[in-house]
Design a protein around this ligand. Structure first.
Ligand code: UDP
Ligand code: UDP
Length: 484
């Protein structure tokens, strides 16, 4: 017989944990935190504090922090002040979000008094971001507080993060004696029980062991094993192999509990009308619109913008295109004119295409009945939102974890991956002709659509009462209650 399931409400009673969330930066990292916080707050079984660093890197982050605290007045905001860090002279030209992670890491010893001295009942558990693990876990241990990590990418990526230090040590032992040596390429990473990740799929900074990202990634990867648990925004039916390998200790022996609680959502109801793109979507036929967006921190070059525009035009499809021309939204002053999109483009596609630089509620857009395809960089939140909506995703991965995510897009039935499409390298462009052809083809591919629909059904089952993600969330809450 299936195990009896208690509703989350029934977990009430007894000791009440106090959980302090310590997120990092970038909407891709913050939104999953906000979604877990909202889910926990809705069930009212724990006290919640959220460490908040102001000013945020982007305007979108500031807006979302403000909405979180306005919507959940019982959640405490704990302000955190970073130590001075002259990032631009130490790491010129680096990604501002990566630099914020580094600034947080360098100020991390200040989390100790924050955790120990938080208002209200004693903090019994910390939930932090993977980018901060190597600094936060030791502090939590010293204070006798549980430390969980909310992992904002896929379980396959978690297995890579945990296994990469082991892989490098093995490689170094064979070739250069122990320790992480200089000049040792990472090479393909064959994650035990999961899959072989070719070097070209890895976050590309990992090819250089001296890169800031790589140092953080390896430091954090070594500490992963000491976490009390991992909350992962995935579900069992999407990544059965990686989840089993992590849980069985095949990736790294004695791996902490992995709670697959996804797909995380902001809201349960259907998309509401009102916001401009949704109002426009309301007027379009079912499954007729291609939604195009590449995350919150990926600037697209002018040349590639022109090709995407030409491709969307050539596809003959309706489209909603969210365009970012800078890494940080506050810097984005470019107007969407002919200079950016190409002569006469907006005029020619009037009525059937909408281009915007504004923040759109992507979750609502993907749930809208008129959306038939998502052309995406396969950032993990985007993948899970597409999976939840049952909308096929056409993956055009950019960097970071995107190629690893794209392997899951394919294996999990979320969509298809254009492996030969890149964003890297001088003069590299995917032409409008290729984009138009592929968009048209995938839009009318019944098999792709059927797989995505099935994945959407699996996602709904996972989070419904008694589903795998629902039960994982219960287990997580039980663990919080057992340790407070
Ligand atoms: N997002 C959104 N509206 C926007 C841009 C982004 O709602 O205009 C959300 C998107 O739904 C996703 C997150 O921001 O939840 C971006 O995360 P993802 O992992 O997809 O990509 P990243 O931005 O981290 O590269
Ligand atoms: N990551 C990690 N350890 C780190 C830094 C990053 O495991 O110290 C993971 C992180 O979860 C993310 C991936 O590596 O999914 C790529 O990082 P980044 O945030 O730069 O990519 P993006 O947000 O654009 O997907």
């Amino acid at each position: 017989a299936p195990p009896a399931t208690k509703s989350l409400g029934e977990l009430d009673g007894g000791a009440r944990p106090h959980v302090m969330f310590i997120p990092s930066a970038g909407m891709g990292h913050l939104l999953p935190f906000f979604r877990v916080i909202a889910a926990l707050a809705a069930h009212d079984v724990v006290d919640i504090s959220v460490v908040t660093v102001l000013p945020t890197v982007s305007a979108a982050e500031a807006d979302h922090f403000a909405s979180l605290f306005a919507a959940l007045p019982r959640v405490s905001r704990v302000d955190f002040h970073l130590l001075p860090f002259d990032a631009s002279s130490e790491f010129p030209g680096h990604d501002p979000f990566l630099l914020r992670w580094e600034a947080l890491r360098r100020s991390a010893h200040l989390f100790r008094p924050l955790i120990a001295g938080a208002a209200g009942p004693r903090v019994s558990a910390v939930v932090t971001d993977v980018t901060l693990t190597s600094h936060v876990i030791p502090i939590a241990k010293e204070l006798g507080v549980q430390c969980h990590v909310l992992f904002v990418s896929c379980a396959t990526m978690l297995s890579l993060a945990a296994y990469t230090p082991v892989h490098l040590d093995k490689k170094n032992k064979g070739e250069h004696g122990p320790g992480v040596g200089v000049g040792v390429g990472v090479g393909d990473v064959d994650i035990p029980g999961v899959r072989r990740i070719p070097q070209s799929y890895l976050p590309q900074p990992l090819l250089d062991l001296n890169k800031l990202f790589t140092k953080q990634f390896i430091d954090n990867g070594r500490e992963i094993i000491n976490a009390d648990g991992f909350l992962v925004n995935t579900f069992d039916a999407l990544e059965p192999v990686a989840l089993a390998a992590l849980r069985d200790g095949k990736v790294v022996a004695g791996f902490p509990p992995v709670y697959a609680i996804g797909p995380l959502r902001s809201k349960e109801e259907e998309a509401t009308t009102g916001s401009p793109p949704v109002a426009w979507l309301d007027e379009q036929p079912a499954r007729s619109v291609v939604y195009v967006a590449f995350g919150n921190r990926n600037a697209v070059s002018l040349e590639q913008i022109r090709e995407i525009a030409a491709g969307l035009e050539a596809s003959g499809c309706r489209f909603l295109w969210v365009l970012k021309t800078t890494t940080v939204d506050r810097d984005d002053t470019a107007e969407l004119t002919d200079d950016v999109l190409g002569e006469g483009f907006l005029e020619r596609v009037q009525g059937r295409g909408l281009v915007t630089k504004a923040w759109v509620d992507q979750e609502a857009v993907l749930k809208h009945a008129s959306v038939g395809l998502f052309l995406s960089h396969s950032g993990w939140n985007s993948v899970t939102e597409a999976a939840a909506a049952g909308v096929p995703l056409l993956a055009w991965p950019r960097g970071g974890d995107h190629r690893v995510n794209a392997t899951v897009v394919v294996s999990g039935g979320v969509g298809v991956w254009m492996e030969q499409w890149s964003w890297d390298g001088e003069d590299w462009l995917v032409t409008g002709e290729e984009i138009g052809k592929k968009v048209k083809e995938v839009m009318s591919d019944a098999a792709v659509r059927a797989r995505a629909t099935r994945t959407g059904e699996e996602a709904a089952k996972a989070v419904a009462e008694g589903g795998t993600s629902y039960r994982s969330m219960q287990k997580f809450i039980s663990s919080l209650k057992a340790h407070c």
